[in-house]
Design a protein around this ligand. Structure first.
Ligand code: SF4
Length: 383
């Protein structure tokens, strides 16, 4: 068995570790790129969600490298993600690919069904003790990955050399992917903290803007906000505009809540979002729509300067959330911008929108939302 999986940002580091710990051969597809999207778009129905198109591209590229089994997580609830495994398998079969699809979702919410599928992938050579050990280790890596991303979010607007900051980030991820010990994981996070501290103290001419950068919370559909190719590098772009970003969902929070059914909180738990959302959206609307509203409320209460909602074209849960966000904006007087991405979205279009939004946030607070209208909703074209 040669296992592959779809990309979602840096999640590959964790998934690769999990399979390697279990001695299961794994094919990591090339990081999402234009070719991946082109391959997937050719096979997918036009109205399919953007993540599904990228997934298909990942599988084709992995199949070309010998992968024969796809592992995907599914969703429980009224969102298209719940059907990804079935639909993707069917599309690939119709296109002549013979890949086995294993969906790692707790069927009907039962952890037993999830365990059976993990057991199938791990094979009989792995005991349950070694499977649990591998899951725990991968989870610890996942938390460390989130810490690294968060450290870089804070470092980007503060460090004097943007290229050097990105090199630090790449080096941190590379080291994390390679280490296979708990101590190694802890050392990497410490190493990155020290590197950032050293560079901060070396940059003696730190401006007021660098000391106290604008803060923007990124909310929206999980795949889009976690995957830099899909978001057109929004976090990096904002960082280079002197903004500190935070996001509503980190990978370990989603894994803890979704895969482990709330048994692990993750680096940043998403549990409180439901309560925060209640006055504005008191019920589940599929996907992470309710969490998006809850996260907007949380960011607003924490004094963030602005919020950006990001989602793929035609994502229904986020469309529902987007219809509620003007009330959050009005209640908390915090500017909220919605960006919708698709396969035509391009860097220049997003950059222009971000620059305009940051420009707005740099104005004195009372002048930011003159007529209580939203900053704007736009589909950004030109990928
Ligand atoms: S959350 Fe939105 S983009 Fe993601 S699978 Fe569901 S409908 Fe599609």
């Amino acid at each position: 068995m040669k296992v592959t999986f779809p990309h979602m940002g840096n999640a590959w580091i964790v998934i690769q570790t999990l399979f390697e710990s279990l001695n299961v051969e794994v094919v990591v597809p090339p990081i999402n790129n234009k070719q991946t999207l082109t391959l997937g778009t050719k096979l997918a129905p036009e109205a399919a969600c953007l993540p599904l198109k990228l997934n298909l591209g990942n599988y084709i590229e992995a199949a070309q490298e010998g992968a024969d089994t796809i592992v995907i997580t599914g969703g429980i609830g009224p969102c298209r993600f719940g059907y990804y495994g079935e639909i993707e398998g069917q599309i690939l079969r119709d296109a002549g690919y013979s890949l086995d699809v294993v969906t790692l979702e707790p069927p009907d919410g039962s952890l037993r069904g999830l365990a059976q599928r993990i057991r199938y992938l791990a094979g009989t050579r792995n005991s349950w003790a070694s499977i649990l050990k591998a899951l725990r280790f991968a989870y610890l890596k996942c938390v460390a990955l989130d810490q690294i991303e968060d450290l870089i979010h804070a470092a980007r607007p503060r460090l004097p050399n943007p290229q050097e900051t990105e090199l630090l980030y790449e080096e941190g991820k590379k080291r994390l992917a390679e280490t296979m010990t708990v101590k190694g994981i802890q050392d990497i996070v410490r190493w990155l903290q020290e590197c950032i501290r050293d560079r901060q103290s070396a940059g003696n001419m730190v401006s007021e803007k660098q000391q106290k950068p604008l803060r923007i919370g990124i909310i929206g559909e999980i795949y889009t906000i976690l995957d830099p190719y899909t978001s057109v590098g929004i976090e990096e772009q904002l960082g280079h505009l002197g903004v500190e970003v935070d996001r509503s969902i980190y990978l370990s929070g989603w894994v803890g809540n979704h895969i482990f059914q709330g048994l692990a909180p993750g680096y940043r738990s998403i549990r409180s979002y439901h309560n925060h959302a209640k006055p504005f959206l008191p019920h589940f609307v599929g996907g992470h729509g309710q969490e998006t509203v809850g996260a907007a409320v949380k960011f607003a209460r924490e004094g963030f300067d602005g919020i950006i909602q990001l989602f793929p074209l035609s994502c229904m849960p986020e469309i529902v959330a987007a219809s509620v966000l003007p009330r959050v904006q009005e209640t908390y007087q915090v500017p909220i911008m919605t960006l919708i991405v698709d396969e035509h979205t391009g860097h220049a279009g997003v950059q222009t929108r971000l620059e305009a939004f940051v420009d707005l946030l740099e104005r004195p607070r009372h002048k930011r939302i003159p007529e209580n209208t939203r900053e704007g909703v736009s589909v950004v074209g030109g990928r």
